[in-house]
Write a protein that binds this ligand. Structure first.
Ligand SMILES: Nc1ncnc2c1ncn2[C@@H]1O[C@H](COP(=O)(O)OP(=O)(O)OP(=O)(O)O)[C@@H](O)[C@H]1O
Ligand SMILES: [Mg+2]
Length: 246
């Protein structure tokens, strides 16, 4: 279970997140939508501890982040949090000096101390599921943007985190790959993962997200079951956004 309560974040005098509260039930997918600059990526960075929150709480499993914690304690809890939470960033940040295979096995072997052989076997399975089995020995710079994005997704999944955060996971994918990614992610949810997915693509989230959150100017305008947000939103701003984005 993830619970975010009255989360606030500012950069200097500018309030970016103005009291965000929501919950994510285990084994469900929450989609976050909203116009550019509404604070989606900042929210994600607060959820994985890359940005320190200014007030409120973030609870994820047994880990609780609070603004009032000392710097050392905050860092300690973020380390615990990262064991549970994996992130696929908007820009994929693959390690340029490592092959595709090594990009995927690096953390399972060195952080989780998994046996290299079994980590590689699993990496090949993941690469197969994202359609890149033959690219295992290649280096990131030789891959297309969409291929790099799929490697980044496989790399995150290789850590088997309970919670996965995605920032625009389909930005570099063509329609066919987008559909197969949706099917694949749904499979991971069935197997026990929980996800928060930021996406501009309503089509991608439709059928994948259980719940949707619509953000505007650092606030949640509306949240609810995906069906309701997409077809019967109560706030006019949500209806406008959904109809323009669809
Ligand atoms: N480190 C920072 N310092 C100052 N302002 C920042 C910082 N990071 C983000 N912002 C500002 O916070 C606002 C929200 O940015 P954020 O990246 O969260 O938006 P977003 O909803 O993810 O947008 P997009 O859909 O374009 O990715 C923007 O106005 C951005 O310029
Ligand atoms: Mg963003």
């Amino acid at each position: 279970m993830i619970r975010v309560t009255d989360l606030r974040k500012h950069f200097g005098p500018t309030q970016i997140l103005k009291g965000i509260s929501f919950e994510v039930a285990p084994q469900t997918v929450v989609g976050v939508i909203g116009s550019s600059g509404s604070g989606k990526t900042t929210l994600l960075r607060c959820l994985n501890g890359l940005e320190r929150i200014n007030s409120g709480t973030v609870e994820c499993g047994k880990v609780r982040l609070e603004a009032k914690l000392s710097k050392a304690e905050y860092r300690h809890r973020v380390r615990d949090l990262r064991r549970e939470v994996g992130t696929v960033f908007q820009h994929f940040y693959l390690f340029p000096h490592l092959s595709v295979l090594a990009n995927i096995t690096e953390a399972p072997v060195h952080v989780l101390r998994r046996d290299r052989k079994s980590a590689e076997t699993e990496a090949y399975e993941l690469l197969e599921s994202v359609g890149l089995k033959t690219a295992a020995q290649r280096y990131p710079e030789s891959l297309s943007g969409g291929e790099q994005q799929r490697v980044a997704i496989a790399r995150a999944l290789a850590m088997r985190p309970a919670v996965l955060l995605f920032d625009e996971p389909t930005s570099a994918l063509d329609p066919k790959r987008t559909v197969s990614l949706r099917t694949m992610l749904r499979g991971f949810v069935t197997r026990g993962h929980t996800m928060i997915i930021i996406s501009h693509s309503i089509g991608f989230l439709n059928g994948l997200a259980d719940k949707l959150i619509y953000m505007d100017s650092g606030e949640i305008v509306e949240q609810g079951p995906a069906e309701q947000i997409l077809n019967d939103a109560s706030d006019a701003r949500t209806r406008d956004f959904v109809s323009q984005a669809s």
